[in-house]
Design a protein around this ligand. Structure first.
Ligand SMILES: Nc1ncnc2c1ncn2[C@@H]1O[C@H](COP(=O)(O)OP(=O)(O)O)[C@@H](O)[C@H]1O
Ligand SMILES: [Mg+2]
Length: 528
């Protein structure tokens, strides 16, 4: 490096004086030379003096150069600037404790409503939560933990369809918890066309639209599902609509599936409009199943159970019906979810509620039901509802429509739009869809492959956290939330086996190595 020296020469000097001045400036000055000694810099003397350090004496390492790294002291605030990605400040301390934030090494508190009302950059714009992860990754246990600890904060939990009956134990363990058992001779009946609580304030146009849409969507979904997911024709649609309108009129806004069934019959019998009469035939056959078929006594008349607004937790146990067949399971879920949505769409309740959808996509097969769900997710904030949608894999959505169909894309966009996400351990097959559909950064996706049971990546608003939920479990919670005995061994085995796809096996298999001596020799020869 060249050293430049600027010298300001005073005027009026003789040549001799100038030369002397320049010579003096060009010489490195004594005080500029580094003369500092170890003791002056407060450093300890080396144990073994000399340039070779201790190594020469005892055959250890040796080092020719003296280290010149002075000790540094800084405040933690300065260090946070120097190492900005090592520790996080955490999400704060509002809402119940859900687990331990492994980055901040602090307790992680979460409440979707607190996050929603938080105006700082840690806040979120929505109260809904997507929970995604492989089987047995701890999703249900974590949601149960969140819910059970939220009860003390006055939030209510509602499970519109509990296919495995695993929430029943939770509801029974909580004083005041309500279980509505559907099927199995319980006699409980839910009317999926219920209007829900009448609004005390002036009728809200959006709410009315929602009620109307929920009813027709429920009917259309039931019929389309029962017909093997074929789309209804315009005429069939019109016939259902007409029958629903008539029964709303005649029953003073208390329609039931039985009424709609009968009005479909009238439309066929009247034959005032031959096309409409024809369109009423198929839907009527489907609804017959509810009126005097295998599903009779469950959904076709007025509800026999009321929704308990004050209960801390309400669970609709559908496990008996889910055991019957896939179609019955789907139809049941449409009915119970429609009823629950109707009865909790109530702003005047002034209550914040979790709506937990286990097996969230079973009833999402038609475009109408997806659009309805999308609107529901948007409106629920308005009703103080946090939808917790539990998905085993993004591939669950592949049951919706055909590849690249409008339905499937809508399903993906609905899931992608849920702002808060809890991502548990995922399978290898999920990595690309997590990146592409949920915009999870590649490094996070890699982390998600290796998470322990009960640990999840939490995305709240714009921030991400690594949370160990089980680290804070109490024994009472563990005994209550564990699903080990509840799961039949057959289904566990199937699930365990389905983890290992061909791709997984290929990944585990070592690269083929040529163990032939000649091969080794030729391979190493080539390298040289
Ligand atoms: N608090 C806890 N501490 C440790 N393990 C737990 C706890 N709660 C549940 N588990 C275990 O975690 C496993 C996964 O639970 P689960 O929530 O049913 O998974 P998922 O809903 O993702 O299929 C079960 O084997 C269960 O016993
Ligand atoms: Mg589960």
């Amino acid at each position: 490096m060249t050293r430049r020296v600027a010298v300001f020469e005073p005027g009026g000097l003789s040549r001799k004086e100038l030369r002397a001045l320049r010579r003096a400036a060009a010489e490195p000055s004594a005080d500029r030379r580094d003369t500092s000694k170890r003791p002056e810099r407060n450093l300890p003397e080396p144990v073994v003096p000399g340039p070779f350090g201790p190594g020469l004496a005892d055959h250890g390492y040796w080092n020719l150069a003296k280290t010149f790294i002075p000790a540094n002291q800084a405040t933690s605030q300065q260090l946070a600037g120097v190492y900005p990605f090592v520790a996080d400040a955490g999400l704060g301390h509002r809402g119940p404790i859900v687990g331990v934030d492994l980055n901040a090494d602090a307790l992680w508190h979460f409440s979707p409503w607190e996050a929603y009302t938080d105006a700082t950059e840690r806040g979120a714009l929505s109260t809904n939560v997507l929970v995604l992860g492989a089987y047995r990754a701890g999703k249900s246990a974590a949601v149960k933990t969140l819910v059970a600890r939220s009860l003390a904060f006055g939030h209510q939990a509602v499970v519109p369809s509990d296919p495995k009956g695993e929430w029943v134990r939770v509801a029974e363990a909580i004083p005041g918890g309500v279980v509505i058992r559907i099927g199995g001779g319980s006699g409980a009946r839910l009317n999926p066309l219920d209007r829900g609580p009448r609004r005390s304030d002036a009728s809200d146009e959006q709410h009315e639209k929602m009620v109307r849409q929920r009813r027709i969507t429920t009917l259309v979904s039931l019929v389309e599902m029962a017909l093997g997911n074929t789309r209804l024709t315009a005429v069939e649609h019109a016939a259902l609509h007409e029958a629903l309108e008539r029964s709303i009129r005649i029953t003073a806004d208390r329609p039931t599936l039985r009424d709609v069934y009968e009005h479909l019959g009238n439309i066929t019998a009247e034959r005032t409009d031959a096309r409409l009469a024809e369109g009423a035939v198929q839907p009527r056959f489907v609804l017959r199943r509810f009126v005097d078929g295998d599903l009779s006594g469950l959904f076709e008349d007025e509800s026999t159970v009321a929704f308990d607004k004050d209960a801390p937790i309400v669970v609709v146990d559908t496990s008996e019906l889910f055991a019957r067949s896939e179609l019955v399971a789907q139809l049941t879920q449409v009915c119970t979810t429609a009823w629950i949505q109707a009865v909790i769409s109530d702003r005047s309740a002034r209550r914040t509620r979790y709506l937990i959808r286990e097996e969230g996509w079973r009833d999402m097969t038609s475009l109408a039901s997806l659009q309805m769900f999308q609107q529901w997710l948007k409106l629920s904030r308005h009703y103080g509802i946090s939808n917790v949608v539990i998905l085993h894999k993004m591939g669950d959505l592949d049951a919706v429509g055909d590849a690249d169909s409008k339905e499937r894309n809508l399903a993906y966009s609905i899931v992608g739009d849920i702002e808060n996400k809890f991502i548990f351990r995922i399978n290898h097959q999920e990595t690309s869809s997590l990146r592409e559909r949920l915009n999870v950064p590649a490094s996070h996706v890699e982390d998600a492959r290796r998470l322990r049971v009960g640990v999840f990546l939490a995305y709240v608003g714009q921030f991400a956290y690594v949370v160990d939920c089980f680290a804070t479990s109490t024994e009472w919670e563990y005994d209550l939330f564990t699903t080990d005995e509840a799961i039949e061994s057959a289904s566990v085995d199937d699930e365990a086996l389905s983890y290992l796809t061909q791709e997984d096996l290929d990944e585990l298999w070592p690269e083929p190595v040529d163990t032939d001596v000649a091969g080794w020799l030729s391979a190493s020869g080539k390298e040289q």
